[in-house]
Design a binder for this molecule. Structure first.
Ligand code: MOS
Length: 801
């Protein structure tokens, strides 16, 4: 019997558009696995080297490509002398395809476009690919390749301090600006004000695994093993770049060693590998070097931010101005939405947010973890600290006095907002009342000690996402397994594990009875890992597929979907979660189910563990114990298994409510009074981000975010050469990121919260939330320790002396 014979043509589908708040079945499942601190289910594969990353694939006829980047900062490629590389033993191809040389203007692709241009726009821009039998030969060939340029650096823009006087207003994204009331006027009249300029440097995403692509062609179909965060849109991007039908492209990214935004779209090595592999009729692997990752993928823009706050003498803010200058290559449209959380973080009737773009001949700018908040809160949250200091108010008290009851710029309610609770609980746990009241007043040996805090806020997003979940017969102990399929990725964040938890809860199976297949564009398209929306969006589609399965199962045993439950591989009746339903139809359903289960047990000849029927006590199912193994159910109704699709899409709640996660960051620093050396001594973050799907992976995300904050406050900075824009520090020896010795004890407290306006899981994004405000808490602690306010990040010791 086929599935169609049993269930008819109608596919098992469940689509939800978030037009109103929804209930979550996760509140009423039996196993309550969601939330538990489960260890990553694929973790053992990773530590045992059994999780194969792109560059680790082996094919007999595999050849290696090495990218060659421009050695000028602006100009044109005149000639690529292919023979100079082809002379090197082992080199089999030199590619300088017009497709590499796409002008970003023609790209039309939003994130991380295929770079290269008919002109050279920046130093390091990919120009050619040298392919050889071995990696070493390709490296030699790349070194030998001679390229003639027409140098036009005299017309290049390599000095931000000059170029910031020639900016354009960013008016191509309208809803990112605010102009409410008369902010400049009210600022002038303010009893108390700060009006300051903060600067942040270019930063590099710096994922552990470099960008890497391995291309294989089967006739006119391309399979690309790659390291990518967002497969569905990247597939379209790559097909466009190669000018082939979308369906001829398959991307595989089952394991991704981090991305932090730099792998949201395809990067140049993908196109290059594809073109070379097609020509050579062999698999081609292009694995970037660390300098290439920094030079040819994306960077976070440097920023200059004016933050002006006007308040009355009681600390009631009436004016907030947050205007930013950001940078990108000529004609690129991406810009860092620096003030994205300034729209809604604090109250105030007069508000201005504006952006200006300075065109620089530097590496393309793009998303880097918490694009917007990460740098915007380095300014806003320090300006708040400056205002509190001026007012002689506790920074937490200042924020309490400016807690809005609704989004002050859009005048819409918050979905959920636990900012005050985060501050209060964080302050208590951190020991905030021990904070030195006066800056530069506490010494511990030669170390000046300071405390600082900052708020964290990060927009919460839901993106369209699809998934398939199957309930299949199996040789596992319970005779069934559930399989999740979606092209969603796990970039180290824990997707595999949390999705397995969702399904295990929804279908009442142990976690090892759930199989998770991710990272393959042949599977249903998901939102991908970006903007901290991945877990909620992909997770919701998985949840909905489980709901579809539940409905079909309930229907086949003659019950309402709310009247069945799943527990340890069994199907049972449940009423306790829906007393009204139980009252209304309890008697009838009670009979039906018992009949059905009894009959089923009889028919299948299996012990269905059907026992007493308790008519008097339908609400107490602990006593009733009428259950049927899911394996028996499948045997009877769907011997080949049941398949269902789930789909989520944002709806009216997106516009009608302000969605964000909130938190409070606390830091204690020591600053050496002689050398100015800065050490973070401890940090504590409190976060409210909806339902926590896995306490362990969520906490790890928070640790990662806070560590990113230490880097942003104290060390991360790209230095651009003012002569040609090249990255002076293009590797991990010179671009400093936190190492273990820089990271003190971190404490993370997650406040219980669920958000019914967000999605059916009631979860919010968490990874980027924990980065937001983290650096500002450190900067504020440095001020508290020293009395010196540094507004130019990173805060290095020279700036304190
Ligand atoms: Mo994140 S910057 O949205 O990958």
């Amino acid at each position: 019997m086929s599935l169609t014979q049993i269930f008819g043509e109608s596919p098992l589908e469940k689509k939800l558009t978030m037009d109103k708040p929804v209930e979550s079945r996760l509140d009423t499942t039996d196993s309550k696995l969601v939330g538990k601190p489960l260890t990553r289910i694929e973790g053992h594969l990773k530590v045992a080297g059994k999780a194969t990353y792109t560059a680790e694939h082996q094919f007999d006829d595999l050849c290696h490509g090495v990218m060659v980047g421009a050695t000028i900062g602006k100009g044109k490629v005149k000639k690529v002398h292919k023979d100079t590389a082809l002379q090197v033993a082992g080199v089999i191809g030199v590619f300088h395809d017009p497709l590499f040389l796409r002008n970003p203007q023609q790209g039309g692709v939003k994130m991380a476009p295929v770079q290269g241009a008919s002109e050279v726009f920046y130093h390091g821009q990919p120009i050619a690919l040298v392919v050889a039998e071995t990696l070493e030969a390709a490296q030699e060939g790349a070194k030998a390749l001679k390229i003639d340029y027409e140098n036009d650096e005299k017309h290049g823009h390599f000095d931000f301090n000059k170029q910031k006087n020639h900016t354009q207003f960013i008016d191509w994204v309208t809803d990112k600006s605010d102009d409410i009331g008369k902010p400049e006027k009210t600022l002038k009249q303010a009893e108390v004000k700060v009006d300051v300029t903060y600067t942040t440097p270019s930063q590099s995403n710096m994922p552990m695994e470099p960008h890497s692509s391995l291309a294989r062609w089967f006739e006119d179909k391309l399979t690309l093993h790659t390291s990518n965060q967002m497969l569905a849109s990247s597939k379209i991007q790559l097909a466009k770049a190669l000018d082939i039908p979308e369906d001829n492209v398959r991307l595989l990214s089952p394991y991704v060693g981090g991305g932090f935004g730099s792998k949201l779209g395809i990067s140049p090595e993908s196109v290059m590998a594809a073109i070379a592999a097609k020509d050579l009729k062999r698999p081609v692997l292009v694995n970037m070097t660390r300098p290439q990752v920094m030079e040819t993928t994306v960077r976070r823009t440097n920023t200059e931010q004016r933050v002006a706050l006007g308040a009355d003498k009681d600390g009631k803010i009436h004016t907030i101005i947050h205007n930013s200058i950001v940078t990108n290559l000529p004609s690129e449209t991406f810009f860092e939405p620096v003030a994205v959380s300034t729209h809604f973080l604090y109250g105030g009737d007069n508000r201005q947010i504006k952006y200006e773009m300075a065109r620089m001949n530097f590496t393309l700018t793009g998303s880097m973890r918490a694009p917007g908040e990460a740098v915007g809160q380095l300014a806003l949250e320090c300006a708040m600290d400056e205002l509190a200091h001026t007012l002689k108010l506790c920074p937490i008290e200042l924020r309490k006095r400016n807690e809005p009851s609704e989004d002050p710029s859009k005048k819409i309610p918050y979905s959920t907002r636990k900012l005050l609770a985060c501050m209060e609980q964080g302050a208590k746990a951190f020991g905030w009342d021990e904070r030195p009241q006066t800056p530069a007043s506490r010494l511990d040996g030669d170390w000046l000690i300071g405390y600082g805090m900052a708020c964290a806020a990060r927009s919460n997003e839901l993106k369209p996402s699809q998934a398939r979940v199957s309930l299949l017969p199996s040789d596992k102990p319970l005779g069934v397994l559930a399989r999740i399929e979606t092209d969603m990725t796990d970039i180290g964040t824990g997707s595999y594990t949390i999705f397995a938890q969702v399904v295990a809860d929804m279908l009442g199976l142990p976690i090892d009875h759930v199989e998770v297949k991710l990272g393959d564009t042949d599977l249903p398209p998901a939102a991908g890992s970006g903007g901290s929306w991945g877990a909620s969006s992909a997770g919701s589609s998985i949840y909905l597929a489980c709901e579809a399965l539940r409905e079909k199962i309930a229907q086949s045993v003659g019950l309402h979907a709310d009247s069945i439950g799943f527990k340890q591989g069994n199907l049972y009746r449940q009423f306790e979660h829906d007393p009204s339903l139980a009252e209304k139809i309890g008697e009838k359903i009670n009979h039906t189910l018992t009949d059905t289960l009894d009959k089923l047990a009889e028919k299948t000849g299996l012990n269905s563990e059907v026992s007493v029927d308790n008519h008097d006590n339908v609400l107490d199912w602990e006593q009733v114990d009428t259950q049927l193994p899911l394996s028996s159910f499948l045997q009877q109704y769907a011997p080949h298994g049941l398949v269902a699709n789930g789909e989520i899409e944002p709806g009216k709640t997106k516009k009608e409510y302000r969605h964000a996660g909130y938190g409070a960051q606390f830091a204690e620093v020591g600053v050496h009074r002689v050398t100015g050396e800065i050490r973070v001594r401890r940090m504590l973050g409190t976060f409210a981000a909806g339902r926590i799907l896995n306490e362990k992976t969520a906490r790890s995300q928070c640790f990662g975010g806070m560590v990113f904050g230490i880097g942003a406050a104290l060390m991360e900075q790209i230095h651009h050469d003012k002569r040609d824009g090249r990255l002076c520090n293009h590797d991990l020896a010179e671009y400093q990121v936190c190492v273990n010795a820089d990271v003190p004890d971190l404490e993370v407290i997650m406040l219980p919260e669920t958000d019914p306006y967000a999605n059916p899981l009631h979860s919010k994004g968490i990874g980027e939330l924990a980065l937001s405000g983290a650096g500002a808490a450190i900067a504020n602690a440095i001020f508290n320790a020293t009395g010196v306010r540094v507004r130019d990040y990173p805060i290095t010791l020279g700036k304190l002396l």
